[in-house]
Design a protein around this ligand. Structure first.
Ligand SMILES: Nc1ncnc2c1ncn2[C@@H]1O[C@H](COP(=O)(O)OP(=O)(O)OP(=O)(O)O)[C@@H](O)[C@H]1O
Ligand SMILES: [Mg+2]
Length: 249
């Protein structure tokens, strides 16, 4: 599904990613791990062309992503969450979810305003879908609250629910569990499994090795911008390079 080949990223003369190559298989859950500053978030940023790669290739279902804009990459079917919340604080939780809808764009909004029947129906369905998602995690009573009033854990939950609104095939999550209470970790784990059951492929960045062991079927380890190990969690955890990378920090 995703093929990364010899990806290099430099920012201001600093090597952030070096000759990075790996594959993500269709339907898998891949963990991307490594010490702080290893380049995990930078890889996501390079994939979305927020940090343009200096060389190398990232192919998604055979289509080259390097050189495409974030919007084009989104439209090809890749969604992501960020390490810090990107919810819009001054609009409602429901409207934040609807921002994930493929129907929401200025042209469609104008059409609905002028009475486009089919689109109006689609918007209604999208709203229903968003409300069902909120109900699933017990947050339906927050639908009309401003996003700024959500707790930290609730915001993370909404960011993941937003992914369900996108028709994405590949989902990149950046530390979806960090700073959460155990109950919330369980809810998010269940949501991730549901994303996979609904046909999505997942990559997620995480520091908690128990969660990596529990959820991932494949793990990629980065250190200082290079891949130092890859395989099952059992395989990578015992590799001397991996132990060294974590102990050295
Ligand atoms: N916008 C930027 N400008 C310059 N350097 C950056 C920028 N963003 C990240 N870096 C550098 O790139 C390297 C990798 O950072 P990155 O945020 O990708 O690490 P990470 O693996 O996600 O770490 P963490 O686990 O702490 O989130 C670090 O040395 C960081 O200082
Ligand atoms: Mg990061």
């Amino acid at each position: 599904m995703l093929q990364v080949r010899d990806l290099n990223l430099r920012i201001g003369g600093l090597r952030i990613l070096s000759d990075l190559s790996f594959d993500i298989k269709d339907g898998s859950i891949t963990g991307l791990i490594g010490p702080n500053g290893a380049g995990k978030s930078s890889f996501y940023n390079a994939l979305f062309n927020l940090f343009p790669a200096n060389s190398g290739s990232i192919k998604f279902d055979g289509i080259e992503l390097v050189g495409k804009t974030s919007d084009q990459i989104n439209h090809l079917g890749i969604a992501r969450t960020f390490q810090d919340s990107k919810l819009l604080p001054q609009i409602t939780v429901l409207d934040n979810l609807l921002l994930g809808s493929k129907y929401l764009n200025p042209v469609n909004l104008r059409r609905v305003f002028f009475g486009h029947k089919t689109l109006k129906e689609e918007f209604k369905n999208e709203k229903k879908k968003a409300m069902e998602l909120l109900r699933k995690v017990g947050l339906e009573n927050k639908a009309h609250s401003l996003a700024k009033n959500l707790s930290f854990g609730q915001s993370k939950l909404i960011e993941i629910l937003k992914i369900f609104m996108y028709e994405s095939k590949l989902v990149l999550l950046d530390e979806p569990f960090s700073g959460l209470f155990p109950e919330m970790v369980k809810v998010i784990t269940a949501l991730i499994r549901e994303l996979v059951a609904s046909g999505r492929t997942i990559m997620f960045v995480e520091h908690d090795m128990r969660l990596i062991a529990e959820i991932c079927d494949h793990v990629i380890v980065l250190d200082a911008g290079s891949k130092i190990a890859e395989g099952t969690f059992e395989h990578v955890k015992s590799k001397p390079e991996v132990v060294e990378a974590y102990l050295g920090n």
